[in-house]
Design a protein around this ligand. Structure first.
Ligand code: PAF
Length: 294
């Protein structure tokens, strides 16, 4: 069956009708699909009869100084990727169809949305939760898949589902990486060859950190790599390195024992990149973990 393209809510409802029942999965995206998205689609397909992929560059989650206008838009290629992965419906609404000009109510990610990544991108997670909640209401999926590369996003979405009693199962898809360790991201296409070398420092720092046993050593080892890269050409400008609780994203203390996420964000030139290893168990040597760090 060909992919049905629904570009407004009425078309989405009609497309849902055409599917004729069964379990429905949603993979929310902002387009510029890469292998990471494709692996999410495949994960979603394992849990449902039909997959809906939404493609919507959500203005609410970008600050005025961020890259909303230059965010890559590659609709035709995205459609081909969805067809190749057996997607049933692509929902690609216009901004006017998603947001009323006089809209009032949004979702707040609370304290969790204001720390770590949220401290550098105020309002970002509120924008993400607002659009994800709207997509849940419009598509009405049984299950939805999000990438573990955006670890804090996944954590706040899980928290929203818990706090608001949303009847949707949330799946986290493994981070997909280039053979050299660089996590796939729609923003990687902005990187020059030199930038790309600097960008590799993120996964290297995470790996160095994750090979240590206690929280202080994990932070120290990762920071040593990042500090070296700050003086390279081109330099890596670190926003944060954080070792956090996987559920709350609060920093864990130096004497922590148990699960943790080591998350990093940095800028190379005009490009901001994030990465993490989300399966660290502090107190245990884990090395390169199941999040796929090469
Ligand atoms: O991860 C993304 O691409 C976006 O934040 C999402 C979940 C599609 C919401 O706009």
């Amino acid at each position: 069956m060909d992919v049905i393209v629904a570009d407004d809510r009425a078309a989405l409802d009609a497309a849902r009708g055409e599917l004729g029942g069964g379990r429905l999965a949603l993979v929310p995206t902002m387009g510029a699909l890469h292998e990471g998205h494709r692996s999410l689609i495949r994960l979603a397909r394992e849990h449902a009869d039909h997959v809906v992929v939404s493609i919507f560059v959500n203005p609410l989650q970008f600050a005025p100084n961020e890259d909303f206008s230059r965010y890559p838009r590659t609709f035709d290629a995205d459609l081909d990727a969805c067809a190749a992965e057996g997607v049933s419906v692509v929902f690609a609404p216009a901004a006017e169809d998603m947001y009323l000009p006089d809209r009032q109510v949004t979702i707040s990610a609370g304290t969790m949305g204001a720390i770590v990544e949220g401290a550098f991108r105020p309002g970002h997670f509120d924008g993400v939760l607002t659009v994800v909640n709207k997509l849940f209401n419009l598509v009405r999926p049984d299950v939805a898949a999000f990438g573990r590369k955006d670890a804090q996003q996944l954590a706040v979405i899980r928290r929203m589902v818990l706090d608001l009693n949303l009847p949707i199962e949330i799946l986290g898809g493994e981070t997909v990486r280039e053979p050299d360790g660089l996590a796939l991201s729609s923003r990687n296409r902005y990187l020059s060859a030199g930038d790309r070398v600097a960008a590799l420092t993120l996964s290297r720092a995470l790996r160095e950190g994750a090979a240590r046993r206690n929280a202080a050593d994990i932070r120290r080892a990762a920071l040593a790599v990042l500090e070296g890269a700050a003086h390279a050409d081109p330099p890596l400008a670190l926003d944060y390195l954080a070792l956090v609780d996987p559920l709350t994203f609060a920093e864990v203390p130096d004497d922590h024992a148990g699960p943790a996420v080591l998350a990093v964000a940095a800028r190379v030139g005009d490009t901001r990149l994030i990465d993490n290893i989300d399966d660290i168990v502090v107190g245990t040597v884990v090395g390169a973990g199941g999040s796929g760090v090469a």
